[in-house]
Design a protein around this ligand. Structure first.
Ligand code: ADP
Length: 473
């Protein structure tokens, strides 16, 4: 049983259940049908006897009858005659009717039970059950009334076998129908199970294709539906989506790392080769070492940024969120960064109380990256303005500068990893700052937008949902 496919198991369960149900249904039908048949036989017995009641007349003088020939069958009885009408039916559908005197003398008709019912007391309008020659019979008596008929009885009799003959037809039909129904039900059950379990086959086939062929692009995609299997297939597809994304990110990360580290490594190698080529002056050695140190620092910074970024992107880092007044964090960061005062740039900030559940380290990283960029790409003696506010349940943080601005065609691209505009390439940036800002905002289901006029400055706006105005819940 364990090795059978689910399809076969379902078919087996279904068939067994069907057989049990059909057997019970037949038993019920037999029981009810028997009752109905017996009732039908008894009704027909009573009906036949009652129909014959009016077919008998008594005549003390039959001379007139003989003259007019208005009689059917005359039987001498007492001082007169009984005229039995032609319509007297002594046998209809195995129902016998006979005419008796009260002393059990058969006057007219036939009765298969006569041998044993002769002694059976007449009971007016009552059905009695008697056994004769190994068969059960129903007997119905009717006392005749009227002129000269008072001592006469009509007795009807019908064999119970009459009903059983009809029952045996039913049994025969059942014997043929039962296996036929079972076979049909099993075949139907098998087809239904096969159809219903088709998605399971597709799920296992797709999973196998993915695992064997390494084709992460495959999806089960069994179409629309709201049943358990459609839910299961959708869950698997979501899992495949996530797996594909994770693999793609990992691949991208590896390729980015090698690509981004190649430039500083090439510079370091070139410097080493150059210095070792021949005897150099102390100054030349010093310069070479400074270049190597700069490139090594760049590599360290790059590696740290990439690791942080990857950790965040793959959600592998542990970032504990704390419900805090973000304005305090923003004030603290701005008051520190105000001291940079690079290129004579002035940093100003305005904050209002905004409470949000965030990880302080991540939020600080987000703000620091934006403010650092505003310094880096600011103009001589320029201004930076940081503004924190709440719009209903959204935290809105904007960092505005009057620096070099960003060309419109670049504005979409600057959030991509390692993307740097031509003017900023070669500086101390890594091209990961804004991608990190974006990743942190997405981590909190938020967004980042930029508005910029080339040559006049830029405003970066971060929106994070779930903000309130007070720490109390
Ligand atoms: P980088 O380390 O080069 O600054 P980012 O991801 O932080 O990398 O920024 C990507 C690019 O976007 C930068 O190279 C720069 O050209 C542009 N950029 C970012 N912030 C600003 C800004 N405040 N003003 C002008 N350009 C900016």
């Amino acid at each position: 049983m364990k090795n059978l496919s689910i399809r076969l198991k379902i078919t087996l369960w279904f068939t067994v259940t069907m057989i049990i149900v059909v057997i019970f249904a037949y038993l019920a039908v037999f029981a009810v049908s028997r009752q109905i048949l017996i009732k039908t036989i008894q009704d027909s017995l009573v009906q036949n006897v009652e129909n014959n009641v009016d077919e008998i007349e008594y005549h003390s003088d039959i001379s007139q009858l003989l003259k007019t020939h208005r009689y059917d069958y005359l039987i001498k009885y007492g001082n007169g005659y009984l005229d039995i009408d032609d319509d007297f039916l002594s046998k209809v559908n195995e129902v016998y009717t006979s005419l008796y005197s009260k002393k059990f003398v058969l006057i007219y008709g036939s009765n298969p039970t006569s041998s044993i019912t002769e002694g059976l007391d007449f009971k007016d309008s009552k059905i009695q059950k008697v056994r004769s020659n190994g068969n059960w019979y129903y007997v119905f008596d009717r006392k005749l009334k009227g002129n000269g008929l008072d001592d006469l009885w009509l007795r009807g009799a019908v064999s119970e076998e009459q009903g059983e003959r009809q029952m045996s037809g039913l049994i025969r039909a059942a014997v043929i129908l039962l296996p036929l129904l079972t076979i049909l039900a099993s075949a139907g059950g098998y087809l239904i199970a096969k159809h219903a379990l088709k998605p399971v086959q597709k799920i296992s086939w797709t999973a196998k294709q993915i695992s064997e062929g390494n084709d992460l692009k495959r999806r089960i995609d069994i179409g629309d539906g709201d049943d358990e299997l459609h839910h299961l297939a959708a869950t698997f597809d979501e899992m495949f989506d996530r797996l594909e994304r994770a693999f793609e990110q990992e691949r991208q990360f590896t390729s980015d790392v090698s690509h981004e580290l190649r430039t500083p490594m090439t510079v370091i190698n070139a410097q080493c080769e150059y210095t070792l080529e021949e005897e150099r002056t102390v100054e030349e050695y010093e310069n070479a070492i400074l270049v190597i140190r700069r490139q090594a620092r760049k590599m360290t910074k790059l590696i740290n940024h990439m690791l942080d970024f990857a950790r965040l992107e793959m959600r592998t880092g542990k970032y504990t969120d704390i419900c805090l007044d973000v304005s305090e964090l923003v004030d603290a960061i701005c008051s520190d960064m105000k001291l940079i005062h690079e290129h004579g740039i002035t940093l100003e900030y305005a904050t209002e109380t905004v409470v949000l559940s965030v990880n302080p380290e991540l939020f600080s990283r987000l703000l620091t990256n934006l403010v650092s960029n505003a310094y880096r790409y600011g103009r001589e003696n320029g201004h930076i303005f940081v503004h924190l506010r709440r719009e209903q349940t959204t935290l809105v943080l904007s960092v505005e500068d009057d620096g070099i601005g960003i060309e419109e065609k670049e504005q979409d691209k600057i959030f991509q990893r390692f993307y740097q505009t031509d003017s900023s390439r070669g500086g101390d940036g890594t091209g990961l700052g804004l991608a990190m800002v974006c990743e942190i905002a997405h981590y909190y289901n938020g967004t980042v937008d930029v508005e910029s006029v080339f040559g006049h400055g830029s405003t970066f706006t971060v929106r994070l949902p779930g903000a309130t105005s007070s720490l109390e819940i």
